[in-house]
Design a binder for this molecule. Structure first.
Ligand SMILES: NC(=O)c1ccc[n+]([C@@H]2O[C@H](COP(=O)([O-])OP(=O)(O)OC[C@H]3O[C@@H](n4cnc5c(N)ncnc54)[C@H](O)[C@@H]3O)[C@@H](O)[C@H]2O)c1
Length: 261
């Protein structure tokens, strides 16, 4: 295979974990970097010795990159991926792929129109536990899929204020109320990447948050969302069921400690 040039979009902490991996890969000839925040761009370009840098996606797409790896804010992936594909670039996208059915349709349409390769990079696919279960399931050792539970906790107080603050300016509090079920990929991925099925029906409930940080407040939320935790029951295409939870708060915890008895 001819080595390819990869253009990384976004220089937050997650892309900085991937850049050295792309650089070390034998099928990569060069890594370019695009980032709109000058300090982040300069820091990552120096750290990873990247000489071709851009401050916009548009400029990156005008370059000779073969593929674009998208590590922008979690609600912006689909528009960026569609723009890259329409410019003839292959796409690797951090999760989630999209945050609405309309965006998913646009992604599918762009893949059909352009014929380029699109990959959503769900990391739970590569967890040792997932790999182990997938091997045993595919070998027929687990029988027919009946029911699974999956849960993922992006606890706000365990390092999640920082990423929202770092890349969303003064408006970060309104973006931090991102609806948990707009990002169900880690907890669903551990089930679907084992069985190979799809979710076909869903019923979901949310917990109305009243934490003192005031983030999940509909009056302030860019997403009109006051649910910090959501739990869904899904029907799967192989006739099974899965209960999936995505949480921005962990209960009980030291944060929500009960008063001493
Ligand atoms: N396990 C996982 O799969 C996993 C883990 C962590 C993060 N993520 C995902 O990876 C993504 C990146 O995470 P992060 O914490 O590094 O994000 P971040 O918000 O810190 O960084 C995103 C960067 O993209 C830049 N950007 C946005 N639009 C741009 C544009 N049009 N042109 C140039 N630059 C642009 C922003 O300025 C920002 O610096 C998120 O979507 C997150 O959900 C996935």
């Amino acid at each position: 295979m001819k080595p390819i040039k990869i253009g990384v979009l976004g220089a937050g902490s997650f892309s900085c974990a991937f850049i050295p991996l792309f650089q070390a890969h034998p099928f990569t000839s060069e890594v370019y970097l695009a980032e709109s925040m000058p300090d982040r761009l300069a820091f990552a370009a120096t750290k990873f010795k990247i000489s071709k840098t851009f401050s916009t996606l548009e400029d990156l797409l005008k370059s000779d990159v073969d593929a674009v790896a998208i590590f922008t804010q979690r609600w912006s992936h689909a528009p960026h991926a569609v723009a890259a594909m329409l410019a003839g670039k292959h796409v690797y996208s951090a999760v989630p792929a999209a945050i609405s059915l309309a965006e998913l349709e646009q992604l599918i349409q762009a893949v059909k129109e352009t014929g380029v390769t699109y990959m959503m990079g769900e990391t739970s696919f590569y967890q040792p536990t997932t790999i182990y279960c997938r091997k045993r399931f595919l070998a027929g050792e687990m029988g027919r899929f009946v029911y699974a539970e999956g849960e993922y906790c992006h606890d706000m107080e365990h390092g999640f204020y920082g990423p929202y603050q770092g890349s969303n300016g003064d408006a970060w509090t309104s973006y931090a109320s991102f609806p948990p079920m707009h990002y169900p990929t880690h907890s669903c991925g551990m089930v679907l990447s084992i069985t190979g099925a799809r979710m076909t029906r869903v019923s979901c409930l949310g917990f109305k948050d009243n934490h003192k940080d005031g983030i999940f407040d509909r009056a302030l939320s860019h997403w009109d969302n006051d649910f910090s935790n959501e739990t869904a029951l899904y029907r799967t295409s192989d006739g099974g069921m899965a209960r999936i939870s995505v949480k921005a708060r962990r209960f009980p915890s030291r944060i929500w400690a009960r008063p001493p008895v």
